[in-house]
Design a protein around this ligand. Structure first.
Ligand code: HEM
Length: 459
């Protein structure tokens, strides 16, 4: 437990105060301010203190800005919290069901235990060649001087990779389709639309019908992958095989619909986040020529013109620092949320049972108390001597504690390998006149994509 958390234990019988925070409208609470400018709002709330209390309609929300309190939430006291209520919306549930991201308690523990071996470092390392091969295949479609939406390209690439590596299936012919469907699917979660979406909750509007139809379409693809594997009975040694073979103590196997939930969860959790980390990395490199130059120098020195391999990762240290810095400035998961299962205290304040508690990577990872010149893109801040004194939860792009991202090593390896493979051959410059804006939906996306001009470096 952190010092901070220890020092704020309440004396027996003492009633702790509720934290300060913006009150907002008497019915809506802060819904409008939040929907109008989500990132600005969560930044401004920090002015109230390290623990802030606010309200969305009838839901009380607590925002945590201090790394020690975030540690209390995600690690020290993790057992008295479950995932935030927003993850239990019927729309999200229809998409990911009871998969690893959303499940709770013993069911989650069992699924995590079953899935964990597929994410061990050694197994993941065997996927490195596929990552590089798929990147080379994708690049073969690009011409010099071509204008690309690099975020779309990265999305497609990471989708193909997650499907190939975890389910040993090739979906290149379906990838555009799945990509389009998944991006439609998250649209209703755009913060601007939240209120309308809650209000419309039970009405069969055309938007809802369209959403449910789209999810059914992805279902068909996923069930097809499962059926093909069941029919072939092949042990591909991938996650799907492991989940198919996994048995309960009573000898029962997972049903198709349980498998479908896990597959859908990994589709969603495993590709867009990584694609975003890559897209923001390219954006940052395109706008920081000095860092780009150092990046190219490292690629030349370490790789000398050949494609990267997993064994090169330990020498691609600057590339790794670029990835870490991109995840700091543009964390694809910009918030984590929990619901208190009992009355508790955080940072000296009372947090009643049922409260929704959030920590924001977007805000804390740009906090000047922990990061010098916090808005600057400075990959070298991740040199060991410059980062060793950072509080553990000042930087948490993959969350933390028992619910920490199961794919964090997979993601870091993929980001570094793809940056190296693509950066060897191409450099990107931003298209003049194209404004890159952040859109906090389920993840932190570029609102209108990232339009770049691709330039062949050599070859
Ligand atoms: C840059 C890429 C990624 C980022 C930023 C990211 C971020 C996160 C975060 C913050 C969480 C914790 C959420 C919470 O505590 O509420 C999480 C959980 C999760 N992530 Fe990732 N993730 C990434 C890549 C991946 C990949 C590649 C996979 C799988 C192939 C994956 C699968 C999952 C799963 C299954 C969970 C739920 C784990 C559990 O609760 O047991 N993620 N991710």
């Amino acid at each position: 437990m952190s010092q901070h958390a220890l020092s704020t234990q309440p004396a027996k019988g003492r009633v702790l105060p509720l934290p300060p925070g913006p009150k907002g409208h008497f019915i809506l609470g802060v819904m409008r301010e939040f929907n109008r400018d989500t990132l600005g709002f969560i930044e401004r709330c920090r002015e109230f203190g390290d623990v802030v209390r606010t309200r969305f309609l009838y839901v009380h929300a607590y925002f945590l800005y201090n790394p020690d309190d975030i540690e209390t939430l995600l690690t020290t006291n993790a057992r008295i919290f479950r995932k935030a209520g927003s993850l239990r919306s019927p729309f999200f549930a229809r998409l990911v069901g009871n998969g690893l991201v959303t499940s709770e308690g013993d069911f989650w523990r069992r699924q995590r235990r079953l899935a964990q071996p597929a994410f061990h470092r050694q197994r993941i390392s065997s996927y490195g060649d596929v990552m590089v091969e798929y990147a080379i295949r994708q690049m073969s479609k690009w011409q010099s001087d071509q204008v690309l939406d690099v975020s779309r390209e990265m999305n497609r690439l990471t989708l193909e990779i997650v499907v190939k590596t975890l389910f040993n299936a090739d979906v290149s012919k379906d990838a555009d389709h799945i990509g389009a469907v998944l991006s439609e699917v998250v649209k209703p979660f755009a913060s601007q639309a939240t209120l309308k979406w809650i209000a419309d909750n039970r009405l069969p509007t055309p938007g809802h019908r369209r959403y449910f139809n789209l999810v059914s379409e992805i279902d068909r693809i996923v069930f097809r992958i499962i059926a093909e594997r069941r029919a072939s009975q092949a042990d591909e040694g991938d996650l799907l095989s492991m989940l198919l073979e996994a048995q309960d103590e009573d000898g029962s196997h997972m049903t198709d619909s349980q498998l479908r939930d896990e597959v859908m969860t990994l589709f969603l959790a495993g590709h867009e986040t990584t694609a975003l980390a890559l897209s923001w990395s390219w954006y940052l490199l395109a706008t920081h020529p000095e860092a780009e130059q150092k990046f190219h120098e490292e690629l030349e020195t370490v790789l000398q013109g050949r494609p990267p391999k997993v064994e090169d990762l330990q020498r691609l240290t600057y590339t790794e620092r670029i990835a870490k810095e991109a995840l700091r400035l543009y964390p694809p998961a910009y918030a984590v949320g929990r619901e208190a299962l009992e009355d508790t205290e955080i940072g000296g304040f009372r947090v009643p049972k049922g409260s929704q508690v959030f920590a924001f990577q977007w805000v804390t990872q740009r906090d000047a108390r922990y990061f010098e010149n916090p808005d600057a893109f400075d990959p070298d801040r991740w040199l060991p001597e410059r980062s060793e004194r950072l509080p553990k939860y000042a930087y948490f792009p993959f969350g933390g504690g028992p619910r920490q991202c199961i794919g964090n090593y997979f993601a870091m390896m993929e980001i570094v390998l793809l940056l190296a493979t693509i950066g060897q051959r191409f450099k990107f410059s931003l298209e003049p006149g194209h404004r890159v804006e952040v859109l906090p939906v389920l993840s932190l996306r570029p609102k209108n994509g990232i339009k770049v001009r691709a330039e062949v470096r050599y070859g």
